[in-house]
Design a protein around this ligand. Structure first.
Ligand SMILES: Cc1cc2nc3c(=O)[nH]c(=O)nc-3n(C[C@H](O)[C@H](O)[C@H](O)COP(=O)(O)O)c2cc1C
Length: 170
């Protein structure tokens, strides 16, 4: 029987959603039964062999929707293979800084589901379009001299997704 995978995510401006969809397509194309859903709409995780959870980083943290997802499914997630990907603008120009920030954010997020140990954490550069965020967010990003544009590396996304299959065989 084919392995089943859930790819779940939260996304404010659609950047992480599109990465989640690309991961879903890559895994589906590799013959796995894959569904992609927003974290807020997931009711059960028990039937999946692998759960891939994606969140953008805002202000150094994962989105609350994802933290709530971890809390809501805490007991099931303890016994599951979970892989996490985080998306942000820091990885577009400072991977070392991003590693510290994003790994720290995932570590904090894992407190919401004690016992859950992600088998993999990928850090992806995202995209930032000032026209898609509110005034305060724009000012915050201006103050940080954040770059604008789309820095997503689709080859890196697909390569990570494909590599996850090996986790299922292990
Ligand atoms: C107000 C604000 C704060 C942000 N904070 C971070 C951050 O702490 N670290 C980071 O890597 N990226 C940060 N970003 C960049 C977003 O994570 C990035 O634009 C991401 O691709 C958005 O994905 P989404 O459309 O799925 O929400 C921030 C963006 C905004 C607008």
């Amino acid at each position: 029987m084919a392995h089943t995978v859930l790819v779940t995510y939260s996304s404010r401006t659609g950047v992480t959603k599109e990465i989640a969809e690309a991961i879903g397509e890559a895994l589906g194309g590799a013959g796995l039964e894959t569904s992609v859903s927003e974290a807020t709409s997931v009711k059960h995780v028990a039937g999946y062999d692998l759960i891939v959870v994606g969140s953008p980083i805002y202000g150094g943290a994962l989105r609350e929707d994802v933290l709530t997802f971890f809390e809501a499914h805490e007991l099931d997630l303890m016994n599951k293979r979970v892989a996490v990907f985080t998306v942000g603008m820091l990885p577009s120009h400072d991977m070392a800084g991003a590693k510290g920030e994003h790994e720290g954010a995932v570590e904090l997020a894992c407190i919401r589901a004690p016992g859950m140990k992600p088998v993999s954490h990928a850090i992806f550069a995202g995209a930032y379009d000032p026209d898609k965020v509110d005034f305060v967010s724009r000012k915050l990003m201006d103050r940080k001299n954040a770059p604008t544009g789309d820095y997503r590396d689709w080859d890196a996304v697909r390569a990570w997704a494909t590599g996850l299959q090996e986790r299922l065989a292990a």
